[in-house]
Design a protein around this ligand. Structure first.
Ligand code: UT7
Length: 348
């Protein structure tokens, strides 16, 4: 069995900065409310046309590939995590493979929302461990701004999310004790509807507590209607408090699971990179684990919640700022829609 290491990492955020005050142009909200509840000061939105989930992923991937001292032609597998794909199908993995001129390698999309990158990293780790692949590109990228409700009706959700991308290249390592030590993945579908975008979807609202009364929906027209846009049901739904309550339990739990598996304790962590869901959640997790400020990295203040991109963006930024050094114990952890959650423990 091989051990895998992060050989290169990169991130990309769009140039368009939207501060909390900028959002007051579209909805009734305030800088004070957003900062107090979430810690977010500003976020980035991609260009409406021309900048896509894939194109942002490509920009992050180029940096990760270069830093891994390899080339796009040498990548032998692609895993792309996103909840905001360019198309309903096919996935962004193949679009990236095309954009980057890669060989006819396998390309897989992961649809696990906030925990998508940790899931994708875990999959890549298994392929490296078995020796099946030697150079895997793992990308997390999101263009949330295309489908948020920017009216006051949607403010509890729309102020939180931002656009961006992060990427890593995974390679085998022979350095003893280095690389990904373990990954841990979980789900509980009982609350699937508490954080979800129901449409377009083939269920036509079947699982919802109050199933919509459809007029005569024609065969082939159940994906998205004008009424869904008008009544807001076309936009993502979130029961924020339910998500918050579960997140503050599951984050420490899955981090604890990773530490126990490796006979380590929370004070051994040099850097925790939590999914940037809400600064209050990260602070709660930090307190529960008894970590100091310099053991946890947060950048939600600048980028908002970028879902599958948040962990690789934060990881890369922490590394670029010199906060992750050779031999450090790095823990990645994420929780989100599904609910799904996971962790990865890495000896850098
Ligand atoms: O990546 C994982 C996904 N998401 C999360 O982890 C999110 C977890 N949850 C949260 O972060 C919090 O629940 C939120 C930040 C989303 C919301 O905070 P909250 O303290 O749960 O607020 P709330 O939704 O209960 O709303 C409280 C009040 C309401 O007004 P009333 O009914 O008390 O008059 C809302 O209408 O705040 C109002 N409100 C806003 N006011 C100004 C909701 N959104 C906004 C807003 N600006 N953007």
């Amino acid at each position: 069995m091989f051990q895998s290491k992060i050989a290169g990492l990169g991130y990309y955020v769009p140039k368009n900065v939207y501060t909390n005050n900028d959002l007051t142009r579209f909805m009734e909200t305030s800088d004070e409310w957003i900062q107090e509840r979430t810690g977010i000061k500003e976020r980035r939105y991609a260009d409406r046309i021309g900048e896509t989930t894939t194109s942002m992923g490509v920009e992050a991937a180029k940096i990760a590939i270069e830093r891994a001292n390899t080339t796009a032609e040498e990548i032998d597998f692609v895993i792309f995590a996103t909840l905001s794909p360019d198309y309903y199908f096919p996935g962004c993995g193949v679009l990236l493979q095309r954009e980057m001129g890669m060989k006819e390698v396998g390309a897989l999309d992961v649809r696990n929302q906030c925990s998508g990158f940790v899931y994708a990293l875990s999959i890549a780790d298994q392929f490296i461990k078995t020796g099946m692949y030697k150079n895997i590109l793992v990308v997390g990228s999101e263009k949330h701004s295309f489908a948020l409700d920017f009216s006051t009706r949607g403010r509890a959700v729309s102020v939180i999310f931002g656009d961006g991308a992060g990427a890593v290249v995974l390679q085998p390592t022979t350095e003893d004790g280095k690389g990904i030590l373990s990954t841990h993945l979980h789900s509980d579908g009982a609350d699937a509807e508490k954080l979800a975008m129901y449409y377009p979807g083939a269920s036509a609202g079947y699982y919802l507590e109050e199933m919509p009364e459809w007029p005569d929906v024609e065969l082939g027209q159940m994906l998205m209607t004008k009424e869904m846009l008008e009544d807001g049901s076309a936009f993502p739904y979130m029961d924020g408090q339910a998500v918050f309550k579960k997140a503050v339990v599951k984050f420490p739990e899955v981090i604890g699971e990773a530490l126990a598996k490796n006979n380590l304790k929370s004070t051994d962590i040099n850097m925790l990179i939590p999914h940037q869901a809400n600064l209050r959640i990260s602070q709660f997790v930090q307190k529960t684990l008894g970590l100091n400020d310099d053991q946890v990295f947060n950048n939600i203040q600048k980028y908002g919640n970028t879902t599958a991109a948040s962990v690789p963006i934060a990881l890369c930024e922490a590394w670029e700022e010199g906060k992750i050094k050779d031999g450090d114990l790095v823990c990645l952890a994420a929780f989100g829609a599904g609910f799904t959650w996971g962790s990865a423990l890495i000896r850098w």
